[in-house]
Design a protein around this ligand. Structure first.
Ligand code: HEM
Length: 341
């Protein structure tokens, strides 16, 4: 019943999001076609009224003015080299990013509908093995919460003007976008601290070995002709190791670029900010798409996976089927526990 509702929910969600984006894009296109020129923003109109046409034209042309501030480029209000950044961000990154995120959501929905969840092939034995300590679980869920809230506030900052702004009042929009920006600025550094702790704590079990290649070639035994074949794996399988290193490397890029944007007080100019902004968007999008698959597997794609991250223990059958080498190691050390004894 729950799974059926989830199926209907995800298919409807993806459809509604795609329709919203297409309608917004169409609406914007029509606006520009009707007038023939890009409409002046309220800020532009206000600026022309206060400073006069001639002055505003100079500002628009990127000419230098006068200010008592000594900081780099403070005497230029409109920076023309930044147009390349604006075009890359608004005309390329923003729509391509939306396609990537919606595409990932569509892929996991299709995987659920067509391939279905990977069930245990043998009954549970009731004997359990400790997989994640209390500290590990606290670390994982803090990281998951921080990452997901940063992802949602970040997506609101990039796409909110297309899907949220047109349907709410200006005051509500102002409050939401201000809140999202502040939240993103303050929580970003916490994500970085958690990322460092995750790296220190879990890097050892994420080192690639020869056996991981076989796991990859058989696509983890999750799809195709190898479905249900359960290729050998240690504590972490190749898929988890890939996700782990993607998190570390892309997380570091997102964190460093985020710091450059968060603290513009170390002499960084507009070009540094442009590059950082693009690097921040690309790394965050790669992470968001990657973790859509991780979350799908954790929540719906694999029977028994979530138990380990919630209770800390997994069933013997799950361990044997998904992490056979780790299971053998635990058994040899006498760590398979029978709760009835
Ligand atoms: C609702 C959201 C999420 C769910 C349900 C979930 C579920 C899980 C589960 C079940 C595992 C354990 C897999 C195993 O025992 O082999 C796991 C591991 C892990 N998760 Fe998540 N997760 C979520 C979000 C996230 C997020 C947002 C991040 C990072 C930003 C993350 C990072 C990790 C990492 C690094 C591991 C360890 C993988 C390894 O190296 O073995 N998770 N997750």
């Amino acid at each position: 019943m729950f799974m059926k509702s989830f199926k209907t929910f995800t298919v409807s969600l993806v459809t509604v999001m795609m329709l919203c984006l297409s309608f917004t894009a169409l609406a914007n296109n029509n606006d520009n076609k009707q007038t023939g020129v890009a409409p002046a923003t309220t800020a532009e109109k206000e600026m022309t009224r206060l400073a006069g046409d001639e002055f505003y034209q100079k500002v628009q042309d990127g000419q230098k003015g006068y200010t008592t501030s000594q900081s780099m480029e403070h005497d230029v209000l409109v920076s023309h080299p930044s147009e390349a950044w604006y075009i890359l961000k608004e005309k390329w990154m923003s729509p391509l990013g939306a396609i990537a995120v919606l595409g990932s959501l569509a892929m996991v929905s299709l995987a659920y509908i067509i391939v279905g969840p990977l069930k245990l092939s043998k009954p549970r034995t009731g004997r359990t093995i400790k997989r994640w300590s209390r500290v590990d679980r606290a670390l994982h869920w803090s990281m998951a919460f921080t990452f997901l809230s940063l992802a949602f506030s970040g997506m609101t900052l990039v796409w909110g003007k297309h899907f949220l702004k047109p349907i709410i009042s200006t005051d509500a929009w102002g409050m939401i976008i201000y809140g999202a920006k502040q939240y993103h600025n303050y929580i970003g550094p916490i994500f970085f601290i958690l990322l460092v702790v995750v790296l220190i704590k879990w890097w050892r079990k994420s080192i690639f070995k020869k056996i991981d290649l076989d796991w990859c070639l058989k696509l983890g035994g999750m799809v195709g002709k190898h479905k249900g074949s359960h290729p050998s794996a240690e504590f972490s399988n190749a898929g988890e190791k890939i996700i782990f290193w993607m998190l570390i490397f892309m997380g570091i890029v997102a964190a460093i670029s985020g710091f450059i944007l968060d603290f513009p007080i170390f002499g960084q100019g507009r070009r540094d900010m442009d590059v950082s902004n693009l690097a921040h968007m690309i790394s965050a999008l790669i992470l968001i798409c990657g973790f859509i698959f991780h979350i799908y597997i954790g929540l719906f794609g694999m029977e028994g996976a979530l138990e380990g991250m919630v209770k800390g223990e997994v069933d013997e059958t799950w361990a044997k089927e998904h992490h056979d080498l780790w299971y053998e190691e635990m058994k040899a050390q006498g760590k398979v526990e029978d709760p009835k004894v």
